[in-house]
Write a new protein. Structure first.
Length: 135
């Protein structure tokens, strides 16, 4: 083989490897769920989707991950995660958002996923003093 041909093949191979890692980064391991026909659960999901859409319209749902979290809607009625992950040096978010960032599924550019600390906002009283502190 001529030298340029070999070089071309090496470049193609390199691009292939790089794009494999790039595109598989946010992927999850395959896992399965069973579809439920529980009507109460269906109602909760629909209500939750409606609530989140409504809060978003009012500017009260500013999430930081590709699929807006549900944790903040359920426990707090608003989502402050976009603001909280953007605070350089004290990045934090709810458990759902932190887990998504861990899988590189965040949507805010320039955030270091490894810097994000999980907080439950005092909802469960898990902080140092064990107090609940609703805002
Ligand atoms: Zn978020
Ligand atoms: Zn959240």
């Amino acid at each position: 083989m001529k030298k340029p041909t070999v070089l071309f093949l090496i470049i193609c191979f390199g691009i292939g490897i790089l794009s494999y890692y790039y595109f598989s980064e946010g992927n999850e391991p395959e896992a399965f769920y069973s579809v439920t026909t529980n009507t109460k659960l269906e109602m909760i999901r629909n209500d939750l989707a409606e609530l989140k859409a409504d809060l978003k319209k009012k500017g009260k749902y500013n999430c930081c991950i590709k699929n807006d979290c549900s944790w903040c809607a359920i426990y707090m009625g608003h989502c402050p995660c976009e603001d909280l992950v953007s605070r350089k040096g004290s990045e934090k978010s709810c458990p759902e958002c932190a887990a998504a960032w861990n899988k590189k599924q965040g949507k805010i550019p320039g955030i270091d996923p490894d810097a994000i600390q999980v907080t439950t906002f005092g909802v469960f009283g898990l902080e140092k003093e064990g107090h609940h502190h609703p805002d």
